[in-house]
Design a protein around this ligand. Structure first.
Ligand SMILES: CC(C)(COP(=O)(O)OP(=O)(O)OC[C@H]1O[C@@H](n2cnc3c(N)ncnc32)[C@H](O)[C@@H]1OP(=O)(O)O)[C@@H](O)C(=O)NCCC(=O)NCCS
Length: 184
């Protein structure tokens, strides 16, 4: 079984971006991002409604990183340390050498290839440094932007699960994509 150690925190870099650990200084940006119903439209998680909840989110996320069960990065541009999005492996199954990737980006930065750029680096980290054999992504069937990001990164559609998730009174479909190490 794989064993992870995310300490010291693995800061990553791409052409335009820095990927770093969340800090309590990110509280306002997390609140703006996670309280926005449009941004959260396809992410079945409750909206964050206050600064306190945003701080709690940061604490919970960093505790999970410290216990090596999650790895989450704040996305920033190289010009500015302000958080513009997040990316990470949130459901890791070390026994299967597999993890689920997730990402979210502030609307002001959509359509500039930012998540694609961050995802390429995170995929490399997953395969080459974490030792994963496969990475999965689970999306809403109507999240065409996210689907495009996955297809651009060689993910393959594995299946469409009907009414797979119960969230806020509704059963939601989930589409599973995956990328195998041998195909990346
Ligand atoms: C999905 C998301 C992460 C994409 O981030 P991004 O940095 O804009 O992605 P990229 O620019 O790398 O690529 C997006 C591609 O999808 C396209 N696209 C975006 N929205 C689209 C839509 N509704 N229909 C079709 N294509 C769409 C873009 O034009 C772009 O295509 P291109 O590479 O040919 O220019 C971002 O829109 C987001 O954060 N959405 C809200 C959170 C979310 O849904 N997260 C994913 C949960 S699984």
């Amino acid at each position: 079984m794989l064993v992870f150690n995310f300490s010291p925190f693995p800061n990553l870099e791409t052409n335009r971006l820095n990927l770093r650990r969340l800090t309590s200084e990110d509280v306002d940006e997390i609140l703006v991002l996670r309280s926005n119903p449009e941004i959260m439209q396809f992410i079945p998680r409750p909206l964050i409604k206050s600064k306190e909840e945003a701080l709690e989110f940061i604490t919970t996320m960093n505790a999970a990183v410290d216990s090596n069960t999650v790895i989450n990065w704040a996305i920033t541009t190289k010009e500015n340390d302000e958080l513009i999005g997040m990316i990470g492996f949130y459901r890791i199954k070390p026994e299967n050498y597999r993890a689920e990737v997730g990402y979210i980006l502030s609307a002001a930065y959509h359509g500039q290839g930012i998540i694609t750029e961050a995802l390429q680096r995170v995929i490399q980290f997953g395969f080459e440094e974490m030792g994963l054999n496969s990475i999965e992504a689970v999306i809403d069937p109507e999240n065409f932007g996210s689907e495009k990001v996955l297809l651009k990164n060689n993910f393959v559609k594995e299946g469409h699960f009907k009414e797979h998730t119960f969230f806020e009174g509704k059963f939601l479909d989930s589409v599973f994509y995956s990328l195998l190490k041998k195909n990346y």
